[in-house]
Design a protein around this ligand. Structure first.
Ligand code: UDP
Length: 334
């Protein structure tokens, strides 16, 4: 298939492009490089021996998208491009709604003009909101979130669902990710956010590299076994393979399908910190700080639907995730 990957130079996008190319698909990347570096395209080529077509383009630019569709036969879309910092979204809601909703809408409108009918969407476990019990199952109500970022995911899921109702020959797969961490085994691709990281693993990586002094664990008084929050961390390469499986499913199906991509296991912040120390034979300086606003105590996936429908399940261990994260972080920026 010829697959247009928006945000394909980003963390999950770049790993997905590698899996697409390795599986014999063609990838066309659209990325404005607002939170990614241009040399990711070279790195993808180094890993796969194939160079994806690349357009430096804002996904809200419909004329730009039309040019991409005119110059390439596009069979399917994987839409990653979005602003993704939860905390920032609370401070800048209009920017988040404008950017994330407009880019999805622009893509759908241009897809319609060009008759493209397969859409894999980068959604999030955040759509389960604060009130569902875990493990989260796809049939639960997923109609609220705790941040503008999360609400954009809820809204785009809704838009895609309504679009599928109106166009029964369209296929939209809503992939609800849990917490991707880890990096490509080459050490060439990984999570390298601009500025001080918000997410746990890139923060740990910077502490391990001596670029940040210590990790602050946000709260140890949650109702969990060790008092720190539990999440379902999965290896980004497993997540990338999940996209490949979703595409293959979409090729032969119509309608909308929400699918969790997680391991089905909860791990606490402290457990992850200790797993990182053991995997990489080092000590990580950390302190316990206050809770972070908006954090839920614990959630993880019911991963059964991905297995039944896509034949996908996570295969990497927590140790793999910690080792590959450090393998990338120690060289990041060099
Ligand atoms: N966390 C932490 N210190 C940090 C960053 C994150 O203790 O510097 C915790 C956070 O409270 C949450 C977990 O790590 O329990 C995962 O947070 P992250 O931001 O990576 O992902 P989220 O689950 O919020 O999407």
């Amino acid at each position: 298939m010829n697959v247009l990957v928006t945000g394909g130079a980003g963390y999950i996008g770049s790993h997905t492009v590698v899996e697409l190319l390795n599986a014999g698909h063609n990838a066309i990347i659209v990325d404005d490089l607002s939170n990614a570096k241009a040399d990711v395209i070279d790195r993808i080529e180094t890993i796969t021996g194939k160079r994806p077509v690349f357009y430096k383009l804002d996904c809200k630019d419909k004329d730009g998208l039309r040019k991409v569709f005119s110059e390439n036969q596009v069979d399917a879309i994987i839409h990653f491009a979005a602003f993704k910092a939860v905390g920032e979204s609370v401070k800048k809601p209009l920017q988040y709604y404008r950017n994330n909703l407009d880019s999805a809408m622009a893509m759908l409108e241009v897809m319609e003009e060009f008759g493209c009918k397969k859409f894999v969407f980068s959604s999030s476990a955040t759509v389960y909101g604060p009130n569902n019990p875990h493990p989260y199952k796809e049939e639960m109500k997923a109609i609220e979130s705790s941040s503008p970022y999360g609400w954009t995911k809820v809204m785009i899921e809704r838009i895609l669902t309504d679009y599928c109702t109106a166009h029964p020959d369209f296929c939209a797969i809503l992939l609800r990710y849990f917490n991707p961490i880890g990096a490509h085994e080459s050490g060439l691709l990984g999570d390298d956010p601009n500025g001080i990281p918000n997410n746990l693993m890139p923060y740990i990586g910077r502490v391990a590299a001596g670029q940040l002094e210590k990790l602050t664990i946000f709260g140890d008084d949650y109702p969990t076994p060790d008092g720190t929050c539990q999440r379902d961390y999965l290896h980004v390469v497993d997540l990338a393979v999940g996209h490949l499986k979703a595409l293959e499913y979409a090729e032969n199906h119509e309608g909308v399908e929400a699918i969790n991509l997680g391991t089905g296991n909860g791990i606490s912040v402290l457990e992850l910190v200790h797993a990182f120390e053991t995997a990489n034979d080092m000590k990580l300086p950390y302190v316990i700080g206050p809770r972070r606003d908006g954090d839920l105590p614990a959630f993880w996936a019911d991963a059964g639907k991905a297995k039944t429908l896509l034949g996908w399940e996570a295969t990497h261990t927590v140790e793999d995730m910690c080792r590959s994260s450090w393998n990338f972080a120690k060289n990041a920026g060099k």
